[in-house]
Design a protein around this ligand. Structure first.
Ligand SMILES: *Cc1c(COP(=O)(O)O)cnc(C)c1O
Length: 352
């Protein structure tokens, strides 16, 4: 190793899902929404004037924060936006997790948390989920430097009720607790209801899944004004202009169309409930999912083999090689047509 190399920050990066671009592919591997963004977003996109690119965007992202604040019935000062919730959560790690005590999160969860822990040198402890892949809340009732978990959890899809989240908050009032609600719109009750009662609660959501805009990169956090101020102080110490002009405009437009949003979410929920029946018929087992994916395992067929086979049919699902979950497939809920292609391929594979 050269001397200069010894000063390089060593990190094992997060591995994002594959982003293949094959004609007629069925892409069920990164939990994107199979439906297009709201019609207003399409209209606005075609009308956008490139001259706005000449200027810097608003550093406070006020137009988008205001729209989200009115949608969620909070003050604009309680909203923080970023380049996808990955950006928001990464900023939150830097802002809130500065204790010598370890932060806590489940061992089976969004695999970015331990990467941020490593890159920001935040000590962390991964708390094992139980044999049914459920988070055990009592394991979080001990001294720590902060807590983060998704609800529903990923990649399991398991939703916990609001009382569960509140119990964790009640027992952890001296640290910041982040609830990552990337999938909450698909049937869960949001912890946003608790932000008035718990000033240490930060709720993070994203436009990538339920709002059909993964490509635009918009995420947001809602919480007590002091938490949001702290996030902004850190953001303005790194990059004042995180959100680009287009994202600010189309993001606000997407939020305005509540009806379209709710109808696409309902379509996905309906397809998901049918998929549960169908996948069970194929012999898959899975925890009950309240997200836009199903985390399934099969007693007879190896997940990795099914994954490889589906790929040859241009059907992409997600396979993780991590301990405890290396015989599961995470299957995103697509359109009914896409799901039918998946079922046909499974029939062929299983010879039925
Ligand atoms: C998808 C996802 C995110 C990040 O999504 P962005 O596209 O960066 O908004 C965060 N947390 C979980 C649990 C996710 O599944």
């Amino acid at each position: 190793m050269k001397a200069w190399e010894s000063n390089i920050r060593k990190v094992v990066p997060y591995v994002p899902g594959e982003q293949p671009n094959v004609k007629d592919m069925v892409k069920l591997n990164t939990n994107e929404n199979p439906y297009p963004p709201a019609p207003g977003v399409q209209k606005l996109s075609s009308e956008l004037d490139v001259d706005c690119l000449r200027l810097y965007p608003a550093p406070d992202c006020k137009s988008l924060c205001n729209e989200l604040a009115s949608y969620y019935n909070v003050k604009p000062e309680q909203v923080f936006v970023g380049v996808g919730s990955d950006d928001v959560i990464s900023m939150a790690f830097l802002t809130f997790f500065n204790s010598e005590k370890p932060i806590l999160f489940p061992d089976i969860t969004y695999s970015f948390y331990n990467v941020w822990g490593d890159v920001y040198r935040v000590p962390y402890e991964e708390i094992p989920v139980d044999d049914n892949l459920k988070i055990i809340k009592e394991d979080y009732y001990k001294e720590n430097g902060g807590i983060i978990f998704p609800n529903p959890n990923a990649p399991t899809g398991i939703l916990e009720p609001l009382e569960f989240v509140e119990d964790i908050l009640k027992n952890n009032q001296d640290v910041v607790v982040i609830v990552d609600e990337a999938y909450i719109d698909f049937g869960g009750e949001s912890a946003l209801k608790l932000i008035e009662s718990y000033e240490n609660l930060l709720v993070v959501q994203t436009f990538s899944k339920s709002r059909s805009m993964a490509g635009m990169r918009i995420g947001f956090a809602i919480g007590n004004e002091r938490l949001i101020k702290a996030l902004n102080d850190v953001k303005f110490s790194i990059n004042s202009y995180t959100m680009n002009q287009y994202a600010l405009k189309v993001g606000a437009e997407a939020v305005r169309d509540r009806e379209y949003f709710e109808s696409t979410v309902q379509k996905i929920i309906k397809t998901r409930e049918e998929a549960k029946i169908k996948l069970r018929e194929f012999g898959f087992e899975f925890p009950d999912s309240m997200s836009n994916f199903i985390f399934a395992t099969h007693k007879k067929y190896k997940a990795k083999d099914i994954f490889e086979y589906l790929k040859t049919k241009n059907i992409f699902v997600r396979y993780f090689s991590a301990d405890r979950i290396n015989n599961y497939l995470r299957i995103t809920i697509g359109t009914d047509e896409e799901m039918n292609k998946l079922y046909e391929a499974l029939e062929e594979y299983m010879g039925i």
